[in-house]
Every structure is written in C-alpha cells, then in structure tokens.
Design a protein around this ligand. Structure first.
Ligand SMILES: [Zn+2]
Length: 284
C-alpha cells in the first residue's frame, strides 16, 4: 500500500453542499418541470397493496387447486370464519430497496439508474431524456419523439432495451422454476402449439404437476402503468384505466391457452408492470 495514501473520511456537510451547488445550475430546469400529477400517481402506486391471492372466478386461473376455494361475500355473512381462510398477497413495490447491497453485482446500480429512479419518483424530467426531448429526437420506431418523463421509452416495443427487459424477467422466472427443481426449456426450445396456429410461449416447465396437463408454458409481457405509445396523442402520459394487467392477462390467455391445452400443456401469462415496478405481477 502507498504510504502517502490519504485515509478516506466522511466529508463535512458544507463540503457536500458546496459540491451539490456547483452541479446545480445545469439542473435548474428541473423545478419548473416537475409534474405534480406524475409525482402523485407514482407515490400512490408505491404504497403497499393487498390483493386476494386467487381470482374470484376459479376459471380465471389454472392454479386454483393450490389455493383455498375463494368465498363470496354472502358465504362470509353466513359463516364469518370463512373470511380468515382467504389468502392474500401483500405487494410492497419499494421492498427491493431493503435488499440492495453495493457488494452484490445484481443490485449494484449505476449512478445513472439512481438518477432515473429518483427523477421518476419526483415526477421530474429525466436528464438523459431531457436532452432528447429538447432536440426532439425520434425514437427508433420512427413514430414518436422521446418524452422527458420516459413514458414512450417504457412502452415502445422497438426501443433498445425492450428485449433485454423482457429477457431479464423471463430469466428470473426460469431461475425460480429451476430452484424448485423443475426441468425448464426456454425460447426456441419451447414446444409450439398445433402446426396450424404455431404459437410459442417463452418458458416451458416440464412435468409441472397440474392435474390433466403434462407441462406448463408461460409467456412474459412487460407493460407500463402509463400510456406512452398511443397514436391518439392526447392519451399519452395518462395512467392506464381499469384493471389493465388483468386485461393483458386475459388477452394472452385468449391467444395461447386453448391451443396449448390441445397438447396437454397448461398455459399461464406472466405480466409485469415496468413503469416504476409499481404493480404486482399477474401470473395465473
Ligand atoms: Zn418508439
């Protein structure tokens, strides 16, 4: 070790403040561009949320057997003890912050990622995109100009990173299945539906154990809480209305489930929101 090396020490507050203020002039536009609706909506979505673990309609899920039979409100009125039997999921969107460790590669976020995270939480323009928005940079899809709040970037299928994001979520789900001891095929190795429809999901878990089926196939989709790629431009930057995760799940089920069932394969969609990871995944 170099004998003259300085021992690192925590800088005094006035040193930190002086450092921040030196950098501040290039960010002065932020205050005048904070979108309060963005900020309020995102803070709302970050609250801890509680959901029934199983959909009310048993036909909505192929995992129904793994949950107690859902009870209706009128059944609870007759027998209040039934209420305790319902299973719930608690979704805490920011819980991941507690498991961040700078020493662990998967959670060692770069400064750039933190800037995006904080700007998004504050409803502030994202510096990197601000430059593009001012220059009116076209997205790779050639249909939209990049907006400074990231709505289009998160919803565009053509952007760089859309496939990487999808594959990341897919690989995490594969790892979960492998950790459970399942044999798994992915991408092109997944069995297709009958030749006339020839559809292919993302992941196939062999001998999954759902009665009546051999395997389970799932297909991953990333969606955003905010509309960002509508050709009706007035809709962009608005929140998605209704239970759009459920709507997406139904759309996927409509596309795949029957055609896979013909091959004795169960199908489930895996839908994840990416806006700020503020919604529970739909995996049914
Ligand atoms: Zn685009």
């Amino acid at each position: 070790m170099d004998g003259n090396a300085k021992v690192p020490s925590v800088p005094a507050q006035r040193v930190i403040t002086a450092h921040l203020m030196r950098l501040w002039p290039s960010h002065e536009y932020v205050l005048s561009n904070i979108s309060l609706p963005h900020s309020e909506q995102i803070l709302g979505l970050q609250n801890s949320q509680r959901f029934k673990a199983c959909p009310a309609d048993p036909n909505d899920t192929i995992f129904g057997l793994h949950f107690p039979t859902p009870v209706t409100d009128s059944q609870v009125q007759v027998d209040p003890s039934l209420k305790e039997k319902a299973w719930h999921l608690t979704w805490m969107p920011l819980a991941f912050l507690a498991s961040l460790r700078p020493q662990r590669q998967p959670t060692r976020f770069t400064g750039e990622i933190w800037v995006i995270f904080f700007c998004q939480v504050l409803g502030a323009p994202i510096p990197l995109l601000r430059a593009h928005a001012v220059a009116r940079t076209q997205c790779a899809c050639q249909k939209f100009v990049l907006d400074q709040y990231r709505d289009h970037v998160l919803t565009c299928k053509k952007r760089t990173g859309a496939i990487a994001g999808h594959d990341h979520v897919m690989n995490v789900s594969v790892q979960l299945a492998r950790n459970r001891g399942l044999r798994v095929r992915i991408n092109r190795k997944v069995v297709t539906t009958a030749p006339d429809s020839n559809k292919q999901g993302d992941v196939q878990a062999m001998e999954f154990g759902i009665p009546g089926y051999n395997d389970l196939v799932w297909d991953v989709s990333l969606v955003s809480d905010r509309i960002g790629s509508s050709m009706q431009h007035g809709l962009n930057d608005k929140l998605q209305l209704g239970d759009y995760l459920k709507a997406q799940a139904r759309r996927k089920i409509g596309k795949f489930r029957r055609d896979y069932a013909a091959k004795n394969i169960a199908f489930a969609p895996a839908i994840l929101s990416v806006a700020a990871n503020q919604r529970p995944p739909e995996h049914r």
